[in-house]
Design a protein around this ligand. Structure first.
Ligand code: AMP
Ligand code: MG
Length: 420
């Protein structure tokens, strides 16, 4: 591939993903592991449950003692112990005896089943109520009924979670149950975010003639944060090579794993990002057959992967969404690098110039189908079209016209509960 050629979205993505690697492992406190990817398998050091216990408030007993029990001919057992959750009873349950037992309390020796209080003549849960000396039971049960056996959920010594597993609240819970307080996860990618352009002023500065506020810097930092990455804000660089270099040095000093900049990668007279990369690293490609977002530089600054997004806010966000997102997720150890994609029926018409296009749209549900309408105003400076959108419709390479009623793939940037 020469530097001048336009490459496809797929080729660009492949090159970018080939250029980034999964980051090293770090042990972090359990709650900090949420959203991150396990670097090593977790092997259960204990069984879950760790001991046989009752799944109901009731009476632990021998199921054989209840054979033939009915409401008319109840079985009567002598109560010999009272076992609260968190305590252990050594009292042997022999024929004709039972122990009152609470949910989660360990089964006493000799017992093989639990009868819920509801099936006895003592269906009260009042703590003030003295332990009955005898209990009547109105039905028969099988051995193991209402008993949670040791290791029924997890056997000690077995792999509970494999390396590569992304940790959700339920995984955090299972790790807590197994006593894993420090979790080996893939380190969070540190991403240096730079905005370039002489026209840019900080967000808190008053507007001046010819100037605009730096919105991209904020969008891209927010995108990094939303992915669980660590943003390193490099601020604004003017359109000079020296200024761009100086700002990138801050990122190198901070040890960023990836640079993401916006603007300065087109063919304008002041587009200096590309020349800085050419001088200090390399440019693998800088043009992608994609809409929005044709100028997209990828290469290295020194040894650090570098993604130069277009300047227009929509192009920058969509290019980040398509390329930087996958790179950051890969570095963080994730293997599912794409957003969910669904088939939609187009409600209006789309004209394209043959580049693979990502059209801002609202997807909604209609019966069993998903329908989508474009959000209007598709100019790549129109930020409101992204605010309205919950999806990007992918018009494939080579297609120039999609008619009402035709199907397209929607790349879901949100997965709103209201429509799914
Ligand atoms: P460029 O790629 O430098 O030609 O910029 C393309 C367009 O994006 C121009 O209209 C810029 O003013 C605009 N732009 C560049 N950087 C930013 C930014 N950080 N925030 C908002 N708009 C920007
Ligand atoms: Mg510019």
């Amino acid at each position: 591939m020469t530097k001048q050629e336009y490459i496809t979205v797929k080729e660009a993505l492949t090159a970018i993903l080939d250029g980034v690697s999964v980051l090293p492992t770090k042990h972090v406190p359990l709650l900090e592991a949420l959203g991150r990817v396990l670097a090593e398998p977790v092997i259960a050091r204990d069984s879950l449950p760790p001991f046989a216990n009752s799944s109901m408030d009731g009476y632990a007993l021998r199921a054989a003692d209840l054979v033939g029990a009915t409401p008319e001919t109840p079985a009567t057992l002598r109560v010999v112990a009272d076992i609260a959750a968190g305590t252990v009873s050594q009292t042997m349950i022999t024929a004709g005896t039972a122990a009152r037992i609470m949910t989660g309390a360990p089964l006493p020796p000799g017992a093989d089943a639990v009868i819920p209080v509801e099936d006895t003549n003592e269906p009260w849960r009042d703590v003030e109520r003295p332990l009955p000396t005898h209990i009547q039971i109105h039905r028969q049960i099988q051995p193991s009924d209402y008993v949670r056996h040791i290791g029924e959920d997890i056997d000690a010594g077995h792999v509970v979670l494999k390396a590569g597993h992304a940790l959700r609240p339920q995984e955090v819970g299972i790790l807590a149950a197994l006593g894993v307080s420090q979790v080996p996860v893939i380190r969070r990618p540190k991403v240096g975010v730079l905005a370039t352009g002489d026209e840019l002023i900080p967000v808190d500065a008053p507007l001046q003639p010819g100037k605009i506020r730096n919105s991209n810097g904020y969008t891209q930092i927010a995108q990094v944060m939303a992915l669980g990455g660590v943003p390193v804000s490099l601020g604004i660089a003017g359109d000079t090579e020296d200024d761009v270099r100086a700002k990138l040095q801050i990122g190198l000093d901070a040890g960023v794993d990836l640079f993401v900049s916006s603007a300065g990668v087109s063919v304008g007279a002041y587009d200096v990002v590309k020349s800085v990369l050419e001088r200090e690293g390399n440019v693998a490609f800088w043009r992608v057959r994609m809409r929005p977002g044709k100028p997209l530089a990828y290469g290295k600054y020194g040894d650090t992967p570098y993604l130069g997004l277009p300047g227009n806010p929509v192009s920058a966000m969509v290019s980040f969404e398509r390329f930087a997102r996958a790179a950051i997720l890969k570095m963080a150890g994730h293997t599912r690098l794409n957003r969910p994609q669904i088939n939609i029926i187009l409600q209006d018409e789309i004209f394209s110039d043959g580049r693979e296009s990502y059209i801002r749209a609202v997807v909604a549900r209609e019966g069993d189908a998903y329908i989508a309408a474009t959000t209007g105003g598709q100019g790549s400076h129109m930020m409101t079209s992204l605010v309205k959108a919950n999806a990007l419709l992918i018009v494939p390479e080579g297609v120039t016209h999609v008619k009402t009623g035709e199907q397209l793939t929607a790349w879901m940037i949100d997965w709103p509960g209201s429509i799914f």
